[in-house]
Design a protein around this ligand. Sequence first.
Ligand code: AHM
Ligand code: MG
Length: 315
Amino acid sequence: MTDLAQWLTTQTHDHALASAVTSMAAAGAEIAGILQLAPIAGQTGLAGSDNVQGEAQKALDVITNDIVLNHLRTNTAISILISEELDEAVDVSSQGRFIVATDPLDGSSNLDVNATVGTIFSILPSAGGLLQKGSDQLAAGYVAYGPAASLVVRISGATSVFTLDADGRWQQTLAEAKVPQASGEFAINTARERFWDAATTGYVKESVAGETGPAGKRYNMRWVGSMVADIHRILMRGGIFLYPLDSETASKGGRLRLLYEANPMAWLVEGAGGRSTTGRQGILDIMPTDIHQRVPVILGSADEVKRVEEWYRRV
Ligand code: AHM
Ligand code: MG
């Protein structure tokens, strides 16, 4: 078996970059252990504070943010940490060559029901400053805390999948994830239909029409409500994930965050042969204006994403 350290030597000659990925993987392994025992430790409730997005923080949002910060603080390759849970970017090491942007605990509303949550991260060159396009990422990854803990990571080549073993090591279980080009599965919160724009409505209507409709095939719908879980499914077996701009989220720019949700996921999905867009622009081409900026997110199997883009051109 190939472990993460061995794989990293095949992906980059830059030891500092490899160490940044290693630090996030180590944080993920520690978080996996904490989550397994959180209900016993009484950590699944609210922390009593709000984050910068005005969302109530769970105790574990705060705990996992501290775990990530502690792992990065001991790594002199890291200059700055941007986190969903921290209003401002945090200085780490003045000589550090890399910025890490993270959502330490994505989908935390799923904790109370013991469903999959995740940690998402993006690694950017310090030289580019806080606001850089997703295409400038040097590496990205997430950890999905499901029945097994899965680390999905990409430097610049393939998107690769690792599983946490009993000794706390990440063992490669899929060398190259490949998102199938075609799929019959979509993931969207359909309870928001009344807020959707014409393109989203058109795409979903076409999809639920089944074999005799314009899409000419039958679709299934899946929505965990945890981006990491929904996108992990798409990476493994195809499909499309949509959190589009809708009339309720339009004033904020969307629901999901560009730097630590949309960009790393788009980087991983594209590395696995999939496609990503806001509907009107490639996610990785967006020049950010704020570290906590929100954007519409549509990504997954290339044929399905192209069909949504086609709708956006039409309406
Ligand atoms: P979070 O970062 O506060 O956990 O929020 C992001 C999550 C995503 O994981 C998920 O795709 C989305 O919010 C779910 O939204 P909804 O409540 O509309 O189902
Ligand atoms: Mg999140």
